[in-house]
Design a protein around this ligand. Structure first.
Ligand SMILES: [Zn+2]
Ligand SMILES: [Zn+2]
Ligand SMILES: [Zn+2]
Length: 167
């Protein structure tokens, strides 16, 4: 726990959730982040209304770019499920956003979610509309479910059985 792959490039990752359910970032980490070049992940985004209604079935992380067939590290458009290459290859995901206004995409290289309108990463484990597709992409890429933030595996049945026997 605590060393999940998608957080590897976010040293000092530390969310503080306030009573309104919004996450803020500790000042020290914001400073560190500015220096090391990473940006904070937003916990809300106003551009999720165009998300695909079926994000339970998505292309595998090994799908090549639909335009230039670049083989890896592509982006999945979460609005139409097109797989397109990054701005460091042939910018096909960026062009897709400019042409279609589909702004939310998931990176198959590190499973981060980017909104082109917010120009920010979105925290897919906090935003409800993104949680399941992030989890599915994680399973497709790593073959196992991502580490959960709230553990919900009740393992009390055995203890209860013992109690009943003893009394
Ligand atoms: Zn947005
Ligand atoms: Zn491409
Ligand atoms: Zn799209």
């Amino acid at each position: 726990m605590g060393t999940s792959p998608q957080r590897a490039r976010q040293p000092g990752f530390d969310i503080v959730v306030n009573s309104a359910g919004n996450s803020t970032w500790r000042g020290d980490d914001l400073l560190l982040g500015a220096e090391s070049g990473w940006v904070e992940a937003r916990t809300s985004c106003d551009h999720l209304s165009s998300l695909s209604s079926d994000l339970l079935h998505i292309p595998t992380p090994h799908t090549p770019c639909n335009r230039c067939h670049h083989p890896s590290e592509n982006w999945l458009c979460l609005c139409c499920k097109d797989v397109l290459c990054s701005r460091f290859v042939n910018k096909h995901m960026l062009q897709h956003f400019q042409q279609s206004n589909h702004s939310v995409a998931l990176s198959y290289s590190d499973l981060s979610v980017w909104c082109f309108v917010c120009e920010a990463y979105l925290d897919a484990q906090v935003i409800p509309q993104l949680r399941s597709v992030h989890e599915i992409a994680y399973i497709l890429k790593f073959g196992q479910a991502p580490p959960v933030r709230t553990v919900e595996f009740p393992k009390v049945e055995d203890n209860q059985a013992d109690d009943t026997l003893g009394s």
